[in-house]
Ligand binder design. Structure first.
Ligand SMILES: [Zn+2]
Length: 115
C-alpha cells in the first residue's frame, strides 16, 4: 500500500466517522431523511476504504507475479544461452555448422576421431 493509498484510506475513514456523527445528530433532531442519507454515505465511505485495501492487495499480488515471471524468463534465457554456448563449444568445422551437425569437412579433426 503506497503512502497515497494509506492517506486516502484514512481520509475515507475520517469522512465516514464525520458522516456517521452527522447521521446521529440528524436522528436526534428528528430528520429521518438526512439520517438515512448520511448513513448511506457512511456505508459508502466504509466500502471505499475496504476497496482501497483490496486494490492495494491486488496490486501487490500483481507485482509478485510479475517479478516471479521475470525471474523465470531470466532463467530460461540463461539456459538458452548456456545451451547455445555448449553447442558452439562443440562445433568443430564450418561444414558441421552449415549441415546442422550431420557432416564434417574433410579437414575436420572430429571426423578423423569418430571415423
Ligand atoms: Zn567437423
Amino acid at each position: 500500500m503506497t503512502r497515497t493509498d494509506r492517506a486516502l484510506s484514512w481520509a475515507y475513514l475520517l469522512a465516514s466517522f464525520l458522516t456517521l456523527h452527522c447521521a446521529v445528530v440528524s436522528a436526534r433532531h428528528g430528520a429521518p431523511w438526512y439520517t438515512a442519507g448520511l448513513t448511506a454515505a457512511t456505508l459508502l465511505l466504509i466500502g471505499a476504504t475496504v476497496r482501497e485495501h483490496q486494490a492495494a492487495d491486488e496490486r501487490r499480488a500483481t507485482v509478485v507475479k510479475t517479478e516471479r515471471a521475470a525471474r523465470l524468463r531470466a532463467l530460461d534465457e540463461q539456459r538458452a544461452i548456456r545451451r547455445t554456448a555448449d553447442t558452439l563449444g562443440h562445433s568443430c568445422c564450418e561444414r558441421w555448422w552449415t549441415s546442422c551437425g550431420t557432416q564434417h569437412a574433410s579437414t575436420c579433426n572430429s571426423q578423423r576421431r569418430t571415423v
